[in-house]
Design a protein around this ligand. Structure first.
Ligand SMILES: [Zn+2]
Length: 307
C-alpha cells in the first residue's frame, strides 16, 4: 500500500457575480446564491437548463434575493421543471416556493426519513437540521429516469454517499453531469454518518467512471474540467485515508479526538466537526469490512481497536 498522501487537484477559482446568471456551457446557465461558507464555498449553484422552456436544478437556500435572481434570469421564459440533487436545505429550501411562483413540475428522489442527519453524541458536532424533510416532489425520481423538456433531457443517476437521496443528472447528448455535492472541484464531499455512508459513497464514485464526461457542474464551486481524473483521485485519496487510519488504530490510537490532528493537521476550527464526522465515516467503513472493531454503534466518542 502506498503510504504517501495522494494530492487532490483542487480548483478554487470561479468566475461569477452573485445573483447574475452566466452561461457556462451551451444551454446551461449558473446562478450562485450568496450562502458562502466553509462547507458551501462561494454559495450554492443553481443551474438553468435550456432556452425558453427551462429546468432549474437545485433552486437553493431560503434567500428571497436568490429566488428573485432565478426569476429575473428566466424572465420571458417558462420554468417547466425543478429538480433536486438532494434534500439538504442549502439546495432545496426554495423548491416549493419556486414551484408555486412558476407552476413548474417538482422532481426529486422520494423523501427518505430514516437514518438522516448527523450522529453527534459528543455534543461538538454539526446539527442535524440541514436535512429538508418537507420535500414532497410531484414526480419522484429514481435511478435511470429521464426528465425531458423542450430541447433538453436529463437522466438520473442515484449516487448515495453524501446523502442517501443524492441524484446526479446527466445532460443527454452532452458530456456534462450535474454532480451536486457528490463530486466538487474545490473540496471532497462531506460524508457524515448516518446521513453519509462511506461504502455507498465509494460505490457511487465508481458509478461515474467510464461515462465519457468532460464537465461536472457541482452544487458548490466552479466546474470540474477533468472529472474522471478527479473521481479516480478521490477514490485513491479515500483509500489512502483509510489505510492511514487503519495504521493508527493498529498502533493503539483509537479515538477520534486523538486521530483528528493526525489526519487533518491544519484543520480550521469551523470545519473540525465535519472533519471528525468524516473520520467517523471511515472508521465505520473499516468496522463494516471487519478490519477494526468498536463495542457499540460507532460514534464520535467511541474507542476503536484493530481486529
Ligand atoms: Zn450543499
Amino acid at each position: 500500500m502506498n503510504r504517501n498522501k495522494p494530492e487532490l487537484p483542487f480548483h478554487m477559482e470561479m468566475i461569477f457575480t452573485y445573483g447574475v446568471a452566466r452561461e457556462i456551457w451551451p444551454g446551461v446557465r449558473r446562478v450562485v446564491a450568496p450562502n458562502k461558507g466553509p462547507l458551501t464555498q462561494n454559495g450554492t449553484n443553481s443551474y438553468i437548463i435550456g432556452q425558453g422552456e427551462v429546468a432549474v436544478i437545485d433552486p437553493g437556500p431560503a434567500d428571497p434575493s436568490h429566488l428573485a435572481a432565478i426569476l429575473e434570469a428566466t424572465r420571458g421564459e417558462t420554468i417547466t421543471h425543478i429538480l433536486l440533487t438532494h434534500t439538504h436545505k442549502d439546495h432545496s429550501s426554495l423548491f416549493t416556493e419556486l414551484a408555486e411562483a412558476t407552476g413548474a413540475e417538482t422532481c426529486a428522489h422520494l423523501p427518505i426519513h430514516e437514518n438522516r442527519g448527523a450522529r453527534h453524541q459528543s455534543g461538538a458536532a454539526l446539527k442535524a437540521d440541514f436535512v429538508d424533510f418537507s420535500i414532497a416532489p410531484a414526480r419522484p425520481i429514481k435511478e435511470g429516469d429521464v426528465i425531458e423538456g423542450n430541447g433538453w433531457a436529463l437522466s438520473a443517476i442515484h449516487t448515495p454517499g453524501h446523502a442517501p437521496d443524492h441524484i446526479c443528472y446527466r445532460l443527454e447528448g452532452q458530456p456534462v453531469l450535474f454532480s451536486g455535492d457528490h463530486v466538487m472541484a474545490w473540496n471532497t464531499s462531506v460524508i457524515i454518518p448516518p446521513e453519509g455512508n462511506m461504502a455507498a459513497y465509494l460505490r457511487s464514485l465508481k458509478k461515474l467512471t467510464g461515462g465519457g464526461y468532460e464537465r461536472f457542474m457541482p452544487g458548490h464551486g466552479g466546474q470540474v474540467r477533468a472529472p474522471e481524473r478527479l473521481v479516480k483521485a478521490y477514490l485513491m485519496h479515500r483509500k489512502w485515508r483509510e489505510s492511514s487510519l487503519l495504521d493508527h488504530v493498529r498502533s493503539g490510537i483509537g479515538t477520534i479526538p486523538e486521530l483528528l490532528p493526525l489526519m487533518y493537521p491544519n484543520v480550521q476550527p469551523e470545519v473540525m466537526p465535519a472533519a471528525s464526522l468524516s473520520i467517523l465515516a471511515h472508521l465505520e467503513h473499516l468496522c463494516e469490512q471487519g478490519l477494526i472493531d468498536c463495542k457499540e454503534l460507532p460514534a464520535l466518542n467511541s474507542n476503536f481497536k484493530s481486529n
